[in-house]
Design a protein around this ligand. Structure first.
Ligand code: BEZ
Length: 318
């Protein structure tokens, strides 16, 4: 049975309160029947885990594997969604022809970053700020390509302004794709296919696609023309995705600035868990204890032990 079919089946089971409820009891906590009753998703994940493989300490499912099992690889209606394999394309770029986007990024993480138009103010600052992050992204083995519906000649001329606006302190070392026929923008959902006949409008939205080494779309951001993006946030997202690609964890809100002042059972507080991450719901208590003996469970009124924090240094060590 495919993972997706297993998940779907366990959703149904969870709703009926039978097999899935028993599955979750095994893997979460003594309070697990409550979980199954109130949260069919957790119940389903747990059942999926027991159906997919017998997870041992060495084979705990990574965040990517677990979360991506929730999304299909293919799109049923042509829209690009998380988990889908991104469309391949060929294009002209400021670095010359790109025969195949998939070949260009082969086996690596990549960011595809679109801007609405050359010679516009917000876009000028965005490409400049992205160039400033390029070395950091390169060190993370993450490629960058940007794109707009302007032709490459326009990009090349505009780049002089981008560099000058950063007081000539940057080099733009990533390719800028010219998507003059709007085929890439349309395939990636940045322009509605029904509106692409007019070659003036609409413009591409400000989109960010973060794509994993297997060409799966892991994260996308959509901004309108009037709001410039934060490149620190983009780098943060790549870091979080790369961590959950390898480890059985997920990053909390505002990570790595999270849980900086955590209350403990004895009434004291600690900053030791600042920047910590959550164990996945599919990690059993036995696996958690064996792999991360110092993990901390946050107490909540439900009594369900699902907020399990692991210090990031303990995750890095594994
Ligand atoms: C800008 O980048 O400033 C911009 C782009 C498209 C429309 C309006 C503004």
């Amino acid at each position: 049975m495919s993972p997706i079919a297993a998940l779907r089946r366990s959703f149904v089971s969870a709703a009926r309160g039978n097999v899935a409820a028993r599955g979750v009891m095994k893997t979460l906590s003594p309070k697990a029947p409550v979980v199954a009753a109130v949260n069919p998703l957790l119940s389903s994940l747990s059942t999926f885990r027991s159906l997919s493989s017998s997870s041992t300490m060495d084979t705990m499912e990574t965040g990517t594997k677990m979360y991506m099992s929730l999304y299909p690889e293919g799109s049923t209606d042509g829209s690009l969604r998380l988990g889908n394999i991104v469309p391949d394309f060929s294009a002209d770029t400021t670095h010359g022809p790109m025969e195949s986007f998939h070949e260009w990024k082969k086996g690596k993480w990549a960011i595809l970053f679109s801007h609405p138009a050359d010679f516009t103010p917000v876009c000028t600052t965005e490409i400049g700020r992205l160039a400033m992050k390029y070395d950091e992204l390169k060190a993370m083995d993450c490629l960058v390509a940007t794109l707009s519906v302007d032709p490459v000649k326009s990009h090349t001329e505009w780049l002089r302004d981008v560099v000058a606006h950063c007081e000539n302190q940057i080099k733009v070392e990533f390719p800028i794709i010219g998507d003059a026929d709007r085929s890439i923008s349309t395939a990636y959902g940045m322009i509605d296919p029904g509106t692409s006949g007019d070659q003036q409008l609409p413009l591409t939205i400000r989109a960010v696609f973060i794509i994993n080494p297997e060409n799966k779309l892991m994260l996308s951001l959509n901004y309108p023309a009037c709001v410039g993006r934060n490149t620190d946030e983009i780098v943060r997202c790549v870091k979080a995705l790369q961590l959950s690609y390898e480890k059985s964890i997920a990053t909390p809100a505002n990570w790595p600035e999270n849980h900086a002042d955590l209350p403990l059972k004895d009434g004291s507080r600690t900053d030791e868990f600042k920047g910590s991450v959550f164990l996945l719901p599919t990690v059993s208590p036995e696996e958690a204890k064996a792999n991360y003996p110092d993990y901390h469970t946050c107490e909540v009124p439900s009594g369900i032990e699902y907020l399990r924090l692991v210090k990031s240094e303990d995750v890095e060590k594994k």
